[in-house]
Design a protein around this ligand. Sequence first.
Ligand code: TYD
Length: 217
Amino acid sequence: MSTSDRPARRPLFLVLEGIDGSGKTTQQQLLADWLRDQGESVTCCRDPGDTPLGQQLREILLHSAGDLHPMSEALLFLAARAELIRQVIRPARERGDWVVCDRFLLSTVVYQGHAAAERIDPNWLWSVGREAAFGLMPDLILLLDLPLEVAIQRSRRQDRFEARGREFQERVRRGFLIEADRQPERIRIVDAEGGPDEVQRRIRDEVERVLERHPRA
Ligand code: TYD
């Protein structure tokens, strides 16, 4: 079917989430390619990042900060996200672009909520995080899930969070699964084991599923 035969589709705001080494970056690229091949305009972004403040906070949070309380981390992630929305995501949505974002609020809920040693209440993080995101929530969150061993083998670098060790990463994985269980429609668990194309097919199935339910702009 050519692009012009296809019914107009509502551009979605999609987020990829998962433990470090789950393959988000590769999958983001493949997903954007697939959408662009169908004639859609796509904006890819990553959280934190893609704005001057976001880049600086990313550097501080991932590489240079010493010991930070999860509350400080959460508030910095929220600030980076507010600018990402204001400067990148909202303008993209207004242009009619699809948005494919590498991480979003769910990461704060999981890393600073479920997984942190002095954990912040996940419900509080949802509520403040939503306010700090100007109420903008993704249409679909694709949670790339896989066993820790596989993720560790895939992952090449270490940042502050990745250096926190196995137990922390296990709590991250569990936190993601708990949240997916609480919001089964919005957060879809995608089996991230297997080759990139295989995982991408599962992601596309989930996107198609949402489009079938809300096909029109
Ligand atoms: P990630 O986005 O996976 O970047 P890279 O691809 O460069 O590894 O890493 C960001 C790290 O920040 C990751 O370990 C999760 C953490 N993080 C939080 O703790 N809270 C948040 O709100 C976000 C967005 C990320």
